[in-house]
Design a protein around this ligand. Structure first.
Ligand code: 5RP
Length: 218
């Protein structure tokens, strides 16, 4: 089974967590896209969805699935999204697709965060995948210097603007031994909008697509 088949398999498995008549938060990326495609089969059972990006909202609407504004939706039953890396403690790096800010908001508004990923995403220590950080444009160089002081190598994501009109710095060469405290520390740097560490609010369930079937970590 190739990586896309593993992603498809795990996306389908997430349907088990969808509760009839509720509003579902939907993530961004290729694994989340497979979830959106799977969701289309049960769209009549949903009250609606809240999307974490313009791209996901467009894909949901393309399937005829209702997309709501988070302010109108209130609390969501679940949030389903992929990840760039996850530890066995369900601490994540996210933001490879640049949607980390809305992803963190929608995850925060959900009772349960179901992370869906193929087995290559499970790591012992976060940081081999460059950590995405969304920054206000005027803070770009300041935040880059702050990350260099912390041992990282910041690289500006070229020709990319987030759905919120901001920039992404991808921070290479970090070994994130304590994701919760690094997330707290970076949250305090002025100009950082969102850090791609999801550890203060980790996933509640990690569905991992493997060659031997879907494994569930909690
Ligand atoms: C987007 C994300 C994605 O969830 C993450 O990049 C994983 O993507 P994919 O499912 O394509 O491997 O955080 O901002």
């Amino acid at each position: 089974m190739d990586q896309n088949e593993l992603k498809k398999q795990v996306a389908k498995a997430a349907l088990e967590y969808v509760e009839v008549g509720t509003i579902v938060g939907v993530g961004t990326g290729s694994t989340a896209n497979y979830f959106i495609d799977a969701l289309a089969d049960i769209k009549g059972k949903l009250e609606g969805t809240v999307a974490s990006s313009v791209a996901s909202a467009d894909r949901l609407r393309g399937h005829g699935i209702p997309v709501m504004d988070l302010n109108a939706a209130g609390e969501l039953s679940i949030y389903v999204d992929g990840a760039d890396e996850s530890t066995k403690h369900l601490h994540l790096i996210k933001g490879g697709g640049g949607a980390l800010t809305r992803e963190k908001i929608v995850a925060g508004a959900a009772k349960k965060f179901i992370c869906i990923a193929d087995e290559s995403k499970l790591v012992d220590v976060l940081g081999a995948f460059p950590l995405p950080i969304e920054v206000i444009p005027m803070a770009r160089s300041f935040v880059a210097r702050e990350m260099t002081k912390r041992g990282g190598t910041p690289v500006l994501r070229e020709n990319f603007t987030t759905d919120n009109g901001n920039l992404i710095l991808d921070i290479h060469n970090l070994k994130i031994m304590d994701p919760v405290s690094l997330e707290h520390e970076l949250n305090d740097i002025p100009g950082i909008v969102t850090v791609g560490i999801f550890a203060i609010r980790p996933a509640d369930v990690l569905l991992l697509g493997t060659k031997d079937g879907v494994k569930t970590l909690t």
